[in-house]
Design a protein around this ligand. Sequence first.
Ligand SMILES: NC(=O)c1ccc[n+]([C@@H]2O[C@H](COP(=O)([O-])OP(=O)(O)OC[C@H]3O[C@@H](n4cnc5c(N)ncnc54)[C@H](OP(=O)(O)O)[C@@H]3O)[C@@H](O)[C@H]2O)c1
Length: 252
Amino acid sequence: MRVVVVGGSGRIGARLVALLRERGDDAVAASRRSGVDVVTGAGIDAALAGADAVVDVSRSPSMAAPDALAFFTGATRTLIDAGKHAGVAHHVLLSVVGARRLTGAGFLQAKVAQEELLAASGLPYTVLAATQFFGFATGIADASTRVTSAGREVVLPDAPDQPVAEDDVAAALVTLLDEGPRNGLVELAGPEPMRLPRFVATTLAAQDDPRRVVVDPSATYFGATIVGDELMPSPGTRLGTISYNAWLGAQR
Ligand SMILES: NC(=O)c1ccc[n+]([C@@H]2O[C@H](COP(=O)([O-])OP(=O)(O)OC[C@H]3O[C@@H](n4cnc5c(N)ncnc54)[C@H](OP(=O)(O)O)[C@@H]3O)[C@@H](O)[C@H]2O)c1
């Protein structure tokens, strides 16, 4: 199978390309560093020629809402047009669990807009919505850090969460490619629930990051209010197999 991985040099993309190549698929890592730009359209038609499937795991370099919206919608329109032209039989998109519920988070609303464009495109597709990657705890901390007289602290709501290993996300994408288009959304979470402050605090401690994590019910998550299970997957969702502790141990 010839699979074009858009964002193939990224956290998930590089893992996915490696998994596909290991089992003998023709996996193309497409991103700016290989001359493919989803914003300008450069190199897209050439990359998609002869592709059976496209997996879009690209990410807006800026998390600011207007930038993210322009990036994700522009990239998706470009990939849909090119995919139709090339006769791509399956377009897989990586998105985020709970994005629809986290209406105050502009970055996540850009992911929702991306999902909606793909669903309306007429292309055979699957959306994989994953929970937070284990390696993203630092990104969450950075977005939630405030400076006080006591130093820098990370302020988070006490939300239930079920983060997932990047390797499990890549493996789930391979499974979805094998299963074929579902024309719908599939969720993926890690094997065990973990509250957001503990997830972030444990990761920071393991990295000798001195920031303290403070729980505040009024704190937002990338601008979104959390009152309950917004970050949690639906019951019966697919689960990864790598525990947070196993992942953390492998980082040392
Ligand atoms: N972080 C999380 O916890 C989480 C959870 C669920 C879903 N997601 C979603 O998962 C996806 C992948 O995330 P990630 O962390 O793996 O991303 P990442 O490591 O930041 O990788 C982003 C990729 O996008 C490429 N890229 C950026 N601008 C591009 C452009 N103009 N044209 C072509 N490629 C471009 C980058 O390569 P170049 O620099 O070479 O262009 C890179 O390969 C994202 O859509 C994200 O929203 C993330």
